[in-house]
Ligand binder design. Sequence first.
Ligand code: NAG
Ligand code: NAG
Ligand code: NAG
Ligand code: NAG
Ligand code: NAG
Ligand code: NAG
Ligand code: NAG
Ligand code: NAG
Ligand code: NAG
Ligand code: NAG
Ligand code: NAG
Ligand code: NAG
Length: 694
Amino acid sequence: MKVTTSTAPVLLVFLATISHSVICSTFGNDTDRLSLLEFKNAVILDPQKSLISWNESTHFCRWEGVSCSSKNPPRVTAIDLSNRGLVGLISPSLGNLTFLRNLSLATNRFTGQIPESLGHLRRLQSLYLSNNSLQGIIPSELAALREMQILDIGGNRFSGGFSLFTWDQLSGSFPSGIANLTNLIVFGLDDNLFTGSVPQWLGGQKTLQILSLSNNNFTGYIPSSLSNLSHLIELYLHSNQFIGNIPPSFGTFQFPGTITTSYNNLHGSLPNEIFRIPTINQVEFAFNNLNGELPTEVGNLESLKLLNLSHNMLSGSIPVSLGDLELLQELDLAFNNLSGKVPTKGIFKNLTAVQIDGNLGLCGGALELRLPKCPIKTSNKNKHKLSVLLKVVIPLASMATVVIVAKPISLPSFGSEFPKVSYKDLARATNRFSTANLIVAIKVFCLETMGAQKSFIAECNALRNVRHRNLVPILTACLSIDSSGNLCYISLAQRLSIAVDVSDALEYLHHSHQGTVIHCDLKPSNILLDGNMTAHVGDFGLARLRTDSTSVGNSDSTTSVAINGTIGYVAPECAVGGQVSTASDVYSFGVILLEIFIRRRPTDEMFKDGLSIAMYTEMNIPDKILQIIDPQLVQELGLSQEDLVTADENAARCLLSVMSIGLCCTKSAPSDRISMQEVSAKLHAVKDSYLRWY
Ligand SMILES: *[C@@H]1O[C@H](CO)[C@@H](O)[C@H](O)[C@H]1NC(C)=O
Ligand SMILES: *[C@@H]1O[C@H](CO)[C@@H](O)[C@H](O)[C@H]1NC(C)=O
Ligand SMILES: *[C@@H]1O[C@H](CO)[C@@H](O)[C@H](O)[C@H]1NC(C)=O
Ligand SMILES: *[C@@H]1O[C@H](CO)[C@@H](O)[C@H](O)[C@H]1NC(C)=O
Ligand SMILES: *[C@@H]1O[C@H](CO)[C@@H](O)[C@H](O)[C@H]1NC(C)=O
Ligand SMILES: *[C@@H]1O[C@H](CO)[C@@H](O)[C@H](O)[C@H]1NC(C)=O
Ligand SMILES: *[C@@H]1O[C@H](CO)[C@@H](O)[C@H](O)[C@H]1NC(C)=O
Ligand SMILES: *[C@@H]1O[C@H](CO)[C@@H](O)[C@H](O)[C@H]1NC(C)=O
Ligand SMILES: *[C@@H]1O[C@H](CO)[C@@H](O)[C@H](O)[C@H]1NC(C)=O
Ligand SMILES: *[C@@H]1O[C@H](CO)[C@@H](O)[C@H](O)[C@H]1NC(C)=O
Ligand SMILES: *[C@@H]1O[C@H](CO)[C@@H](O)[C@H](O)[C@H]1NC(C)=O
Ligand SMILES: *[C@@H]1O[C@H](CO)[C@@H](O)[C@H](O)[C@H]1NC(C)=O
């Protein structure tokens, strides 16, 4: 009895415990279940039926992609629904799954914003939202996720549908809340549209091992503090707008040691420290403006697999020691200024693994490379490498002459006889017609029997695609302002266009960031017109770089008549042997500008006894201006020579402006002349305001 009476409550308690645990294990924590269902509701498309098991007949811990703790009641600790093709919004209800440690929704098509409520998931260690179509900023609430180790929100740029609009992408400035995540190991922000600078404090996230900021729009300097990341394994910074140096302090990378900075605007010399990191594995610095030489230490990097330094301005020779690296699989040094002997050992035997195109001073190497033989050592070991302007004049069966001017020059073994220059050679000599650091002018004179030399024409056609605004097209016609003679089938608008085109070209020559080039022989016959009456400046026969100049090559062409510039167009300081400067080109341009509108050559017989075309203009401006302008133009515009007041005011104003620009250019003292930048700006303004009326 005692036994029975005493066992009854125990049994009840027992049963109660069982039933409670049954309820709990059936329904678990209801908050979790309801939150998951809300998440499912916000998914509008589930092509793989991944969420079909998410129904009332199954416990949520057995729903696809859901993992629970083994505790009682069981709680959701992980959701992995990556790569399921899900379309929809990410429901804020996920923020109620407070036991969640791992959440992956990567590679789906989730849109909308990252819910702020995720900031409640204090236990979260990994969050993968990469490769979706999320938009907006990263919510600052995520700063509360102190346990976070992996935060990957890359690739929310153009996935799931192309978008031109920043509001359809993850964007904004660098998320400052990251500073609070002191356990971060992986941080992926790549392939989004983040802007602004990368903060120095990022170097304080000491636990970081993988940092990917590539393919955004970050600007400013690469923070030097990143060198404090002593556990760093992979650093991706490529395809942004970074400027400045690659911080020389970088020097601690763990294996496998990857660093990429390709496609930025980085300057300065190679950070040699990086080539002293024994664990470095992959280095990609392509498409920047890096200079300096490759250190011989590179040969000590026994784990190096890929080295890509293409499209920079590296000089010096290729260290022979690179051929000793047994793990090296790809070496891209193309399009630099490397010179000297190409090694033949190791990777240099595998020509699919080595890229060295576009380095004009290179010689030797494997036969298949078809590089010139290295010169037998002479006292002047750089004989084959000329760093001056090159002019190649090639008479082609007395039918055509091609003038090529390239900077810097680099045809190896450039001898005294005429070199045979093929399209390939040209491509090589001009860095594949790079517009960034070359000036190429190609001019074909008087092709009497066009088509006679088929291969030549074919090459011309290939070259025709070489475009550099108003500077470098190839022209197969002989039409120039000069030879066209009669500027009278040209209206005011077209004349203005020619002036603007030429000023643009000169502005580029004078003020490009690559250095200053002075044309020195600007005259109408060097201004070529194409079929659309677009003007191009050609024939850099006398051109020189600000730095140094030596005339190379043969000059028996038409350019040789003008060794000291051309009478009438040459600035007064040049005629008396003074210093040649950009102002000298400005002077010549001014003369041409006046000539275009007055239609009288500066050598016209009326300009003698000290009267120049500039003085003539000066004397007649402003009230008698229509008396000196090309009569045909005046007539065409319906302007009265006598009466400026009733004339087409806009056309008259335009003419006055242009003539005064011409006068500003032709001041006798070089220092009084305006710069090509100003000229170009003013002419654009005149043209725009004139065209606005018609
Ligand atoms: C479920 O969990 C939430 C938050 O942890 C808690 O507030 C709630 O009481 C739990 N519900 C049950 C039925 O255990
Ligand atoms: C509920 O989920 C189970 C799998 O767990 C599935 O077999 C069943 O078809 C689902 N029921 C409905 C109505 O979708
Ligand atoms: C989950 O959280 C949201 C707010 O983020 C709230 O509106 C909702 O009611 C919660 N759902 C459950 C099932 O607790
Ligand atoms: C959750 O993420 C952490 C950190 O990345 C990882 O160590 C752990 O294995 C993950 N757990 C699950 C269940 O995926
Ligand atoms: C991104 O998702 C698309 C499908 O939506 C897939 O084809 C692609 O491989 C994914 N990319 C990555 C890096 O996972
Ligand atoms: C982030 O850290 C700062 C400074 O320690 C603190 O003031 C701030 O409250 C933190 N933010 C969150 C969301 O925890
Ligand atoms: C990087 O480390 C140096 C030296 O340890 C320290 O002075 C500097 O403050 C650190 N910078 C950051 C951003 O952590
Ligand atoms: C990226 O930056 C460049 C240069 O600052 C700017 O011209 C461009 O508009 C930016 N792109 C976007 C999408 O913000
Ligand atoms: C080097 O980098 C550039 C830019 O990313 C790329 O186009 C080129 O293919 C790379 N070369 C090799 C060998 O990977
Ligand atoms: C040559 O290099 C290429 C590219 O790295 C590689 O695929 C190939 O296996 C190499 N061939 C030999 C014979 O090593
Ligand atoms: C003239 O302009 C048109 C349109 O811009 C272009 O397609 C054509 O190639 C140009 N012709 C010449 C000879 O440059
Ligand atoms: C100009 O010509 C004279 C004589 O023809 C020559 O002595 C002088 O060197 C030339 N000047 C330049 C800069 O070529």
